[in-house]
Design a protein around this ligand. Structure first.
Ligand code: MN
Length: 234
């Protein structure tokens, strides 16, 4: 069986590539990815809203493939739609506007002229400021979940078996009709959740107490770890 690893974005809180400077840190993480690719296990990385500036460095050094857009792909005879999830669906116009600024070539050129120490200080403080103090993201209802609605709408026009996203930090595995499911891989830092596609079936899993188990709350409406009243954090 062909194994491969898909990282769905926001792998870095902030990432920027210079011609001759590499951001400090991440050595063990990079070594692990290299271990995968050196052993012919392909690694695919989507850029997220925190690391949209991933360019060719990781692709060259670690032999990984980077995607900047959603991808629809057949895996194990299933149609799988994957994306980080930022900016998809209705609303979030502030972010959609910001994304235009973030991806503006002239502004990127200007930012790259700032000394790396200053540039990272500015970007990291801003990136951190977006993170709220609460440990778990807020959740109101599925009706308010843009990616859930997006997948449902998309599936009316074009069928996929699985819609897999990150971004929201809310682990989720739900039916969306026509035999399709949406899966949100959640996040790694506090809940250690991820998805696994095996024999054509996708599972939402959690690494807990040294073991891998099925995540007990695939429906966020029943998840006690989500905060109900606070603002979103993604
Ligand atoms: Mn994100």
């Amino acid at each position: 069986m062909t194994e491969n690893l898909w990282l769905l974005g926001d792998i870095f809180d902030f990432w920027w590539e210079y011609k001759s400077v590499v951001p400090a840190g991440y050595v063990r993480f990079f070594a692990k990815l290299l271990e995968f690719t050196d052993n012919n296990i392909p690694v695919y990385i989507f850029s997220g809203n925190h690391d949209i500036w991933l360019k060719s460095y990781l692709a060259k050094e670690l032999n990984v493939k980077i995607f900047h857009k959603p991808l629809k792909i057949e895996l194990q005879n299933k149609q799988v739609y994957m994306a980080h999830g930022d900016g998809l669906g209705k609303g979030d116009y502030d972010y959609k506007f910001l994304k235009k600024i973030f991806t503006n070539k002239f502004l990127q050129w200007g930012f790259s002229k700032i000394h790396p120490n200053c540039a990272f200080k500015i970007a990291s403080s801003w990136s951190h400021s977006r993170r709220k103090k609460e440990k778990y993201p807020s959740f109101k209802s599925l009706a308010n979940e843009t990616l859930y609605q997006y997948a449902k709408e998309f599936n009316k026009k074009e069928h996929c078996d699985y819609y897999v996203f990150g971004h929201r930090h809310i682990p989720m595995k739900l039916d969306i009709g026509k035999g399709s499911q949406i899966i949100n891989t959640g996040e790694w830092l506090s809940q250690q959740t991820f998805a696994c596609l095996q024999d054509g079936q996708m599972q939402l899993l959690q690494y807990k107490d040294g073991k891998i188990q099925e995540y007990p709350y695939p429906n966020p409406e029943e998840n006690p770890f989500l905060s109900r009243n606070l603002k979103t954090d993604n």
